[in-house]
Structures are given as structure tokens and as C-alpha cells.
Design a binder for this molecule. Structure first.
Ligand SMILES: [Zn+2]
Length: 119
């Protein structure tokens, strides 16, 4: 089995939970800051502000997508901690290097698999 020290696992879990609430907070802010979701602003838009609203809206959508993806990988990692499969490479089943997990707690693959993947 994976022999990640309980203490390390708890540290990672806490970190992930913090990240999760951070992402959720950011997601909320992105939606609130999106001018397209502010009816007053959208209605009162004068000529020339349309493109600004559209621009800001597009940026908000891109940002929201990134945050959602990030949130998903955090939830996935937390689920694996619960199931006790955290730290296992999803490709080769080997243990992911601890230094890698500490640097990137949502890592799904070990270093060599992710290298093979990105090629
Ligand atoms: Zn692997």
C-alpha cells in the first residue's frame, strides 16, 4: 500500500481544503465581477461600452473555466485521500514522488508518466 505518512497526508489534505475554499470564493467573485451578469450595467451600456462588456465577460468565462478545472482536480484529490488511493499514479499505479505531491498536491501521475504524457 501507499505509505504516505499520516501527518503528511493531513498536511496535504488541509492545504487542499484551503485551496478548495479559495477557488470557490474566487468563482463567486468572478461571477459577481462579470459585467454581463450585472443587469444594471448591461442595460445602461452606452455605445462603445458593449465591446468592453463583452471583453470583460469573455475574460470572466475563461477565468471561471480555469477555476472550475482547478476545483475539480482538488475535489478529485480530496476524494482519493478519503478512499486511501491518494498519491498513486493513475497511469502506472506506482507511487507519485512525495516531492512532486508536495509541489503539486493535485498531481494525478508520477513524474515519468507525466513526462511521457506531455510529449
Ligand atoms: Zn506513473
Amino acid at each position: 500500500m501507499l505509505d504516505l505518512p499520516q501527518k503528511t497526508l493531513q498536511t496535504i489534505r488541509k492545504y487542499l481544503l484551503r485551496q478548495k475554499s479559495e477557488v470557490e470564493k474566487n468563482l463567486k467573485e468572478v461571477v459577481e465581477d462579470d459585467p454581463a451578469t450585472t443587469p444594471a450595467l448591461a442595460e445602461s451600456s452606452e455605445p462603445g461600452t458593449d465591446s468592453w462588456v463583452a471583453d470583460a465577460h469573455n475574460r470572466a468565462l475563461v477565468f471561471r473555466d480555469q477555476l472550475k478545472k482547478r476545483g475539480d482536480s482538488i475535489k478529485k484529490a480530496l476524494g482519493k485521500i478519503r478512499k486511501g488511493t491518494y498519491g498513486k499514479c493513475e497511469r502506472c499505479g506506482q507511487r507519485i514522488e512525495l516531492s512532486r505531491l508536495l509541489a503539486m498536491p493535485t498531481a494525478q501521475y508520477c513524474l515519468s508518466c507525466s513526462k511521457k504524457f506531455s510529449k
